[in-house]
Design a protein around this ligand. Sequence first.
Ligand code: GDG
Length: 477
Amino acid sequence: PSTPTAGRAGYDLLVLANRLPVDRITSSTGDSRWQRSPGGLVTALHPIMQQHAGAWIGWHGQPGPAPDPFTHDGIHLHPVGLSEQDVDRYYEGQSNATIWPLYHDAVEQPVFDRDWRHSYRAVNERFAVAAARLAAPGALVWVHDYHLQLVPGMLRGLRPDLRIGFFLHIPFPPAELFCQLPLRDEIIRGLLGADLVGFQHPHGTRNFQRLARELVGAKLTGDEIEHGAGITTAATFPISIDVATQQRLADDPQVQARAVEIRRELGDPSTLILGVDRLDYTKGIEHRLTAFGELLTEGRLEPANTVMVQVAVPSRQRIDHYQALRERVERMVSRINGVHAGIGRLCVHYLHQSYDRAELAALYAAADVMAVTPLRDGMNLVAKEYVAARTDGTGALVLSEFAGAAAELRQAWTVNPHDLDGLKNAIVAAAYADRDEQAGRMLPMRAHLRRHDVNRWAADFLSRLEQPAGWTCAAAA
Ligand code: GDG
C-alpha cells in the first residue's frame, strides 16, 4: 500500500493494541455509551496520552464496520473494523488458538491454519496503514502484544521516520517451540521493524535474540540486534500495576467492610484460599484444585474450616480448548464439593463471573492465601494486586515459578505447579504461616512494588524508545 499522509499534522504518540481501551455498554433501555475498560494498561498510559495528545488504534470489540473515530476521557480513539471472518480467523484463530498456546509452552496443542495466517497478515496490515496515516513526522508508536507482531515491520516500510516500540505481554518462547510456526520468519522480521522490542522476562528477551540470530542472521552486541535493515534493541520491562490505586481501594472502609462480610457469608472459615484468573488453561486452575482436593482428603486442611474461592472470569468461550477446560474444572469443583462439603457449607466456591474492582479488592482483603499457579504466564498481575492490597503486611502468596512475577516477588511461597506434592506443601505452609512469617515475606514484596509500579514501567519503556535511533532511514526505505 502507498503511504497515506494525514490531512493534518498527525499524532506525536500512537498506541496500537488489539482492543481499544473502552467497552460499549448498552443499558436496559437500549441506549449505549462507551466506558473505559478496567485494565492497568489504560491507567498507565492515560496521563502520557493526554500529555502528548496521543491516539489509540484498536478494535472496538464488535464485528462489523469501524465506528467513526471519537474522543473519550481525553484520548483520541481510532477504531479498526474486524469482520466476523476476521474475528474467527485473525483473533480467535491465529492469535488465540495458534500463537497463545504456542507461546505458553504449548500447554495445549496449537492449531495451525493457512486461512488464519492470511487473515492475521491482513489485519496487521490494516493496523499498520491506520498508524501510517495518523502518525506525525517522527512520532512515537507503541505497538502491543501478540496479535500485532507483524505491524512494526509493515509500518517501518510505510513510514521509516517513526520511532516504533513493541511490547509483548505474554512469554516469548524458546526457539525449539517458536520454530513450529509457519509464520516464524515473518514474525521475527516483523518485530525487528521496531526500534525497541520489550519483554516481560529476561528469558523472552534471550529467546528473541537467539531467534533473530538464527533465523535472519542478525548480529548481537549487548542489547542491540544488528540486522539487514537497521538496529533493534531488545530488553526486559516487567509490567506492573497501579500500586497507589490498589492500596487506596484496599484501605477503603467499604471494601474492608465487604471483606468482613465475605468471610461471614463463607461461614467464617479459619483459612480462606483465593484464586482469581481468566478461565484459561495456562493458569493452572486444575493443578490448584487437585492439590486442594487431596489436602482435604488427607486431612492436612480441615474441610469444615477451609474454603477456597475460585473466580474464573469467562474468557474466549467460542474456542474449543476453553470449552473443554470449563467442563473439566466444573467437574473437579463438583467432585470436591460432593465429597467434602456439608449442608450449607461448600468447600470450593466457583464463580464463573466477572466482578468490579471493589469486589475483587474485598476478596484480596479477605483471603488468607492467594494461590497463583500458572503453568506459564507473561507476568500475572493478580499476584501483584494481592500484594499491593495487603496494606497491613498479612496474607500469604503462593506463586508459580512459571509466572513472570516470580522473578520479582521472590519472597512468595514459590511452587512448580507440576510438582503436586511441592504445591500441596506450599499451600499448607502458607495456610499455617504465623503473622511474623507473613510480614517477613509480604513487606519486602510490597516495598518492591512501590518502587516498580506501572507508571514507572511505561516511563522506562517510552524513555528508552526516545533514545537516539539505531535505524538508518536509507536502509529501511
Ligand atoms: C496478560 C498476560 C500479563 C480479573 N478478574 C476480574 C478482573 N481481573 C483483572 C485482574 C488483573 C487482570 O484482570 C488479569 O491480568 P493477568 O496478568 O493476571 O492475566 P492476563 O489476562 O492473562 O493478562 C499476563 C498481562 O497480560 C499484563 O501484561 O501480566 O501474563 O497473560 O488486573 O485484576 N478485572 C475485573 N473483573 C474481574 O472479574 N474488572
